[in-house]
Design a protein around this ligand. Sequence first.
Ligand code: ADP
Length: 500
Amino acid sequence: MNTTAAGFVIAIDQGTTSSRSIVFDHQYAIHSQAQVELEQFFPHSGWVEQDPDEIWQTTLATARQSMHQGNLRADQLCALGISNQRETTIVWNRASGKPVYNAIVWQDRRTAQYCNQRRQDGAQATVTAKTGLLLDAYFSASKIAWILDNVSGARAAAERGELAFGTVDSWLIWNLTAGAVHATDVTNASRTMLYNIHRQGWDSELLELFNVPRSMLPEVLDCNGFFGYTSASLLGGAVKICGVAGDQQAAAMGQACFTKGMLKATYGTGCFALLNTGDTAVESQHQLLTTVAARLDGKISYALEGSIFIAGAAIQWLRDGLRIIQSAEQSTAEALASDPDQAVYLVPAFTGLGAPWWDPEARAAIFGLSLATGRSEIVRAALESVCYQTLDLLKAMHADWQTTSETVLRVDGGMAVNDWTMQFLADVLQAPIDRPVITETSALGAAWLAASHAGLWPTSADFAGAWQCQQRFTPAMTPERRKVKVAGWDAAIGRVRGLA
Ligand code: ADP
């Protein structure tokens, strides 16, 4: 490999709130990057949409900008990787390349009733057995059905084979290759609710259940497979697309969680934790999701996944809703100033509770207020709530799947910069917390997939060896105090669920 001629890899990180591109050099370091915000539309209560053309144009713009900033030509990029917001659904016309409707974003709840109906019909067990998912509006299948049933002429066109469905990765690959390739990777496929994660193929029974024509579906490839070349006119030359994964799986790879028992949690708006369970697809008894962690060179690995809806969003609410802090950073100073003896609990069930409770009716509450309680105690309770929720997830994971290896949690995302919270997390989990030097883990994971295919970053062992811990937080709280604090949280959660 001649690294001077083609010693860089470009990672596209297409997220819910922004499109980004990051160029990494051959030593895994960030060379240049660009980011553009993405508009979200809320046409009705519970609906969330994006413009597919804007998703594509912002992505292309950031790719060009990151190359320009890094002073790079296309022939210096040996590979392109993609990490993307998962489940978001796009349907387009194969001939014109035009979307037939806006992208329906993963958060969109318009098909909740439709999914309830399917559950009442008894479809949950089949769906879970085949896909590892819960029958929920969150995943792509019911969103595709909605488009086919509500966009004039769409179902007939789909049945004639004229329409294509894709998650955001497929849509980007289609556009990057000027319509030559309609493909996805196995991690994205595993979030559609149409893909059998055990047999590893689109499932006829599920396609029938959701009434989706097979002709719409992309080809499913390995995460480090060869997807095609970018159309030469886009980036000033053809670049090989050879790494694709959904954002949370990409983040787990960026955290080098390659082996069984390794665990990462990403703390952004919400929190997503993934536990690598190796070649075993563990069926959860605690409402966690079973999902594909990766398929590399034909070898599949699985993960247990838990999602918390509100993590950093609780801090945003303190800032923008309650207006008791000016910035997210101020939360640290408030927590430090708070009275540690006040047992104040904030259960941030603003949009219901995610894993392991899946209680859509629960609503947020603050408990334990006294006349001595002030802003600082409430802010601290919000930060603590993220840690207690992680504890509940990890308890569920360990109940579903026993491992003998010591739990170390690798963290990333906007909230992971908060030292106070990471220390409290270590205290509550009674486990070490490792924060890496590069916290852009989704982009790094996509870059790793592509660069390993291209031979720039050859092995997962080398990559894992190069993963660097920026700071480790180790448990410091006494077991007695922890026990009391956790018992208080358990009671608070019980009362919020009781409220529903
Ligand atoms: P997303 O990718 O979901 O948009 P990010 O990973 O960019 O989220 O993280 C943003 C979130 O992190 C926000 O909800 C914000 O409140 C939270 N956050 C950022 N900095 C801090 C901080 N210092 N302390 C606590 N929370 C923070």
